[in-house]
Design a protein around this ligand. Structure first.
Ligand SMILES: [Zn+2]
Length: 384
């Protein structure tokens, strides 16, 4: 950021990193995310991971009531060597070649089309810039507003609309810059398998993922997201999966945070926290079966704010992941950031009604996970 930018940003509480070029990733139309036209429908829908999502997020952050708290920073493309801190050279080469050849379907629903690779590089570079901003001490809270999303992208393969692991690259940058411990909290409705895989053998990165219990979904996603996937070697006990029953809403998520996420972060003591924020855990998402509303996202944001204040000197990087209902996702993100900024009053009311929540089953599941952590070999929980 230049001096003028720094002056403009003074007094603002959140830095957003964004680049318009990310809308150029065109995922096409078809039956939901298949890219296929069965030939008998009059109206084909946009692929759920389309640019309308981020256009509405940009819009609500610029025109919504949170706008005075935000300053804007221009993202930038990642350089190929930067990608190798998380991804294998063979995989990066596969993506470069796919782009040169005019595109490729890398796995189900995941289309690298003309323009996609440049957008993916922008998403990765923008997440790196946002992290660097925090590491250089220029701010405490940054939000990388990026697409394509990243948390399913593993070191050597694409998965679930993701090519490059934006959050994973940012975490690795923090470690390479001298941070000893980084915690990732992933609230996207799907298992953050790519980020988990990248740090599966490391005790320097605590990856926590709250997701619906979707299991594996084919060769690109062999991980199950179950409680047993705890990490390996030195990393054993540093990947905590919290699969929540379908229909878990605000109360269930807050309970899971208070009972599992908060104590784990307390025991781990990270130098920096990364929140992988997906809004597909909302009540209206076509890609998820959970029931979070603005209130729940706001409360999660507030809990993460408290965790960052207590444990990481306030340093928090938020990285955009999924979220496919183009109206509600923008509102949910706005509410999450309200919570993260610990603003005293809700700035936005929920524009649409929500489904009722039955929190009795999620509470049982969360209690069972907690017992498992306590009696099992999760190092962080051993003495509790
Ligand atoms: Zn997702």
């Amino acid at each position: 950021m230049d001096d003028a930018g720094a002056a403009c940003g003074r007094g603002k509480q959140m830095e957003v990193f964004w680049h318009e070029g990310m809308v150029e990733h065109d995922t096409g139309n078809g039956v939901f995310d298949t890219g296929m036209d069965p030939g008998f429908l009059e109206v084909l829908e946009k692929h759920p991971e389309n640019s309308d999502r981020v256009r509405n997020i940009v819009s609500i952050l610029k025109r919504g009531p949170i706008s005075p708290y935000i300053s804007w920073n221009l993202g930038r493309p990642a350089l190929i060597p930067e990608l190798l801190s998380f991804h294998t050279p063979e995989y990066v080469n596969e993506l470069v070649e796919a782009d040169k050849e005019g595109g490729k379907m890398l796995c189900a629903g995941t289309f690298l089309n003309p323009g996609s690779w440049d957008a993916a590089l922008l998403a990765a570079g923008t997440a790196l810039s946002a992290m660097k901003h925090l590491l250089d001490g220029h701010g405490k809270v940054a939000y990388a507003l990026v697409r394509p999303p990243g948390h399913h992208a593993q070191p050597s393969r694409a998965d679930g609309y993701c090519f490059l692991n934006n959050a994973g690259l940012a975490v690795q940058l923090a470690l390479d810059s001298g941070c000893k411990k980084v915690a990732v909290i992933d609230i996207d409705v799907h298992y953050g398998n790519g980020t988990a895989e990248g740090f599966y053998r490391s005790n320097k990165v605590l990856t926590i993922s709250l997701h619906m219990n979707h299991g594996t979904w084919g060769p690109s996603h062999p991980q199950s997201g179950s409680v047993d996937e705890l990490g390996e070697g030195e990393g054993y006990g540093y990947n905590l999966n919290i699969p929540l029953p379908n229909g878990t809403g605000d109360k269930g998520y807050v309970y899971a945070f208070n009972e599992l996420v908060v104590p784990s972060i307390q025991k781990f003591g990270p130098d920096i926290i990364v929140l992988a924020a997906g809004q597909d855990s909302s009540a209206f998402d076509p890609n998820g079966r959970q029931c979070l509303t603005l209130e729940g996202y706001r409360e999660i944001g507030r809990i993460v704010h408290v965790l960052a204040t207590r444990h990481s000197d306030g340093r928090l990087l938020i990285v955009q992941e999924g979220g496919y209902q183009v109206t509600y996702s923008a509102y949910c993100l706005h509410a999450t950031l309200e919570g993260v900024l610990n603003l005293p009053m809700p700035l936005l009311s929920d524009p649409i009604a929500y489904y009722p929540e039955d929190d009795s089953f999620p509470v049982k599941v969360i209690e069972a996970i907690k017992k498992n952590y306590q009696k099992d070999k999760v190092p962080l929980w051993r003495d509790s």
